[in-house]
Design a protein around this ligand. Structure first.
Ligand code: SAH
Length: 230
């Protein structure tokens, strides 16, 4: 059974975007995963098709209505649907490779994309939405976050990367950032590919890569390096 992604959004036109191209796009065409978008506005009940209203307690902006969003979520999930229901949100748990792996191991995800000032808190509670953040900055909507999440998940689905084993020693997979990469020409602007990489000595190459991974992680992400050592 393939991985099923359902997206609730006010901007279905923002999909599949980059998910329709390259690795994710080819996997989509092959049916390794499916992507369905749902217009939240279709679940509005009044004649103006209102999806948002002003924040209780005052203040700027608008809030996505619980009744509309609740109905939109309910239209998707039958009783046997055990996919996680995610809400893209700057308040969420920061997305990392461990979460990505967990999503990829499941049957799919339902992703709610917020807009405006966010969504009515009650729908998060009542529908058990798991809040996921793509970083400590504020986007104008959840859609780019959903694309980031799915891009990371889809490449881990069975068969998607084919015989490409590169994911094994990639950044984060072993708790470290990846070693530096080079390709021909051997000499460029006076800069040489480290000769050991051209030595044909696999053991030495592996050792060099591991040392570099440690070095790079220590320099660029001392927080990860600390964790790796503990
Ligand atoms: N007022 C909110 C921000 C709303 S931004 C706050 O201060 O927390 C509008 C929508 O963009 C959010 O509902 C969410 O779906 C999305 N969004 C913004 N930043 C995000 C981030 N870092 N990660 C994931 N989604 C984000």
């Amino acid at each position: 059974m393939s991985f099923a992604a359902d997206i609730l959004t006010l901007y279905p036109e923002m999909f599949p975007a980059s998910l329709g191209l390259s690795i994710a796009g080819r996997a989509l065409e092959r049916g390794d995963w499916s992507l369905d978008t749902h217009q939240i506005r279709d679940f509005a009940v009044d004649k103006h098709r209102t999806v948002d209203d002003s924040p209780a307690g005052g203040g700027p902006g608008m809030v996505l209505k619980a009744d509309v969003l609740g109905a939109a979520i309910d239209s998707l999930s039958g009783d046997d649907d055990n996919r996680p229901r995610l809400l893209m949100s700057p308040r969420g748990k920061p997305l990392d490779q461990a979460m990505v792996r967990e999503f990829a191991a499941g049957s799919g995800v339902v992703i709610v994309c917020g807009r405006f000032e966010g969504v009515d808190e009650r729908v998060i509670q009542a529908r058990g939405l798991q809040e996921v953040s793509v970083g400590d900055y504020v986007l104008s909507g959840g859609e780019p976050g959903a694309i980031i999440l799915l891009d990371a998940v889809v490449r881990l689905l069975p068969g998607v990367m084919g015989s490409d084993l590169s994911e094994l020693d990639e950044s984060f997979e072993n708790g470290l950032l990846e070693h530096p990469q080079y390709t021909k020409p051997r000499m460029w602007e006076g800069l040489e590919i480290p000769p050991i990489l051209l030595s044909g000595n696999h053991g030495a190459v592996e050792k060099w890569r591991h040392e570099k991974a440690l070095e790079v992680t220590k320099a660029k992400r001392p927080d990860l390096f600390e964790k790796f050592n503990n």
